[in-house]
Structures are given as structure tokens and as C-alpha cells.
Design a protein. Sequence first.
Length: 201
Amino acid sequence: MTQLYLAGCEAGSNTTFCIGQGAKHLLVSYFFMKNRRSVVLAERKAANPDVSFIVDSGAFSLINEANKDADEVTDDVLEEYLEEYVKWLENVRGHVVAAVELDVDRRVGFGTIREWQQKYFEPLEEKGLPIIYVWHPERGLGEWEAMCKRHRYCGINAEIFASPLGETVMATARQYLVKVHGFAMTRQHVFGDMNLASCDS
């Protein structure tokens, strides 16, 4: 059964409300958590041991915020943010079930993303934190298969499932026994049909 992670649970009040409504799976964005004490997630997990958390990198929010302020998000700015994100994940990795890589290859190119995966995220996996690696269709189905060969957990944006690619990518994931996370999924019949491991709202 697909696990639906409710997004927007950075504030303690939102977490309390969602759990009070019976939610067992919550998603938080590092962008909105980065100025909080790293023990906040540990405290929430200790208080709610049956609730699981996934962390998103917050890359979309970082870039949107910079655009509002007319700031330039350079590769150096992104890598500095990435390094801070990875350090933060080191502190919370015992309290979350997975974290999403920094999904910015449309800004820096897949070559840089692959370097960052090897330098920052694969070492986190070796320490026991599952990482969700994000695929974009412009990379091609060959790269999707390559991702499924080298990673155990991959993520796809919602629009893929409304296209002819949806069943193709899921068939490849099943072939390699890869877990798939659907981003920004709100239509239950879509993620139900696709047999995703997890998705977020």
C-alpha cells in the first residue's frame, strides 16, 4: 500500500494537527527546518514513535525565495546549501525514514548532480539513511533504468503518471525491485493504480 506523506509539517502546530487527525506519515522541508534546532525532529519522533518522517531538500523553495528577492542562486550558493543540508541530515538520520536529494539538475546539469550524489548522498546511504533520487524525463528512459540499477529508492514528479511514460517507468522499477516515491501527488486513484512505495501531497 502506498504511504501518503503529508507535506507542510515543519511547524509544530501542523505536526500536532496532522497526527491528531490520524496521520502516520509526514514530510518536512529542510528549507523551513534549517533554522530550527536539529533535535526538533528527534523530539517529535520520540513523542510519536509510530509516525514516520521524510525530509525534502527544499530546493524549490530556496530558488523561489531567491527569485522573489532578485538574488542569484549560483552553483556555489547551491553547493553551500547542499553541504549544510547534508550536515543537518547527519544529525537527524536516526529519526527519519528517507531524505530527498537536492533536485536542481535543471539548474546545474546532470553531470554536477551525479557528482553531488556520489560525494554527498551515497555516503549517507552507506550510513543507513535511504535517499530518494529524482528522475526527470529529459534524462531519457536509459538513465531511468541506470538509476534503477544503482539506487534503491527513486522519485518521480506527478505529471509523469498522467503521461504514457508512467507505466513504462514503473515496469522498469518493478524489474529492479526499486521503491518509487511520487512527488506532489494528490489524486488517490493515480498513486493507487501505480503501486508507489510512497508519495507526498
